[in-house]
Design a protein around this ligand. Structure first.
Ligand code: NDP
Length: 246
């Protein structure tokens, strides 16, 4: 079992899917976990589940990652309560796929706000403490959509390319500072992510396809792998795709 005892991990988008599974895995490895997302009830349910399964300390901080001051307050609460933010998992995201001709411009804006600005705000708020201590680990969740572009996904892919470019940039800037950076690019994972798509042309297409998908736990294990490496090892990029096996 990986050992994260004494470390604090802040996980955004912890109320479902990959974030929820990651919080549980990191807590099982001994980390204090700080759970952030907008749905407070879901964070409280997860906190109870973690407390019943592990001896880890858990803090819930309802947060909208599109609001800079809320992300600053999240990191402040985490540092004040636990002493430091050692691991930041920038996971919160939305995938509001639509065909461009249908002009879902509000959803384009929401994707940029959550997927890109949310990640930037997370780094902005966590970095000063990490730089002061000369250690820390930033994990950004991009996607295979940060490596390839698909029809109906132009804006979502643009946000995930941005996350990956940002990960590469901060890795280069921070490599001598003791702060590690990991960009995780999952393929399809069975979560609530597709439930929020409103473009009927896209949902019709999805319902006709038999998609192979990973489970959230598969990605949580990749994150745990990256953050539990010895201090001299910096896992910068992980791509995880499903196979056709059950
Ligand atoms: P889910 O929909 O299950 O989880 C998304 C999480 O993001 C929720 O916890 C949601 O919480 C949170 N979130 C959304 N908007 C905000 C906001 N404004 N402020 C704070 N939190 C927010 O999907 P996944 O677990 O699949 O997605 C997690 C990440 O993985 C995303 O970045 C996604 O792009 C990425 N990814 C997912 C893949 C997949 O196939 N599922 C593949 C590749 C990447 P709440 O609504 O409570 O705020």
């Amino acid at each position: 079992m990986a050992e994260l005892k004494g470390k604090t991990a802040v996980i955004t988008g912890a109320s479902s899917g990959i974030g929820e599974a990651t919080a549980l895995h990191l807590a099982q490895a001994g980390a204090t976990v700080v759970l952030a997302a907008r749905r407070e009830d879901r964070l409280e349910q997860l906190a109870s589940r973690i407390q019943s399964k592990t001896s880890a300390d858990v803090l819930t901080v309802p947060t909208d990652v599109t609001k800079r001051e809320q992300v600053e307050a999240l990191m402040h609460r985490a540092e004040e309560s636990t002493g430091s933010v050692d691991i930041l998992v920038n996971n919160a995201g939305v995938m509001l796929l639509s065909f461009l001709e249908n002009d879902h411009v509000d959803e384009w804006e929401q994707m940029v706000d959550v997927n890109v600005k949310g990640v930037l705000f997370g780094v902005h708020a966590a970095l000063p403490g990490m730089l002061k201590r000369g250690s820390g680990h930033i994990v950004n969740i991009s996607s295979v959509a940060g490596h390839e572009v698909f029809p109906s996904s132009a804006v979502y892919c643009a946000t995930k390319y941005a996350v990956r470019a940002f990960s590469m940039g901060i890795e280069k800037e921070l490599s001598r500072s003791g702060i590690r950076v990991t960009n995780i690019s999952p393929g399809a994972v069975a979560t609530e992510l597709t439930d929020h798509i409103t473009d009927r042309a896209v949902t019709d297409k999805f319902s006709k396809q038999e998609l192979k998908a990973l489970e959230s736990e598969d990605i949580a294990r990749s994150i745990l792998y990256a953050v539990s490496q010895p201090e001299n090892v910096n896992v910068n990029e992980v791509i995880v795709r499903p196979t056709n096996r059950k």
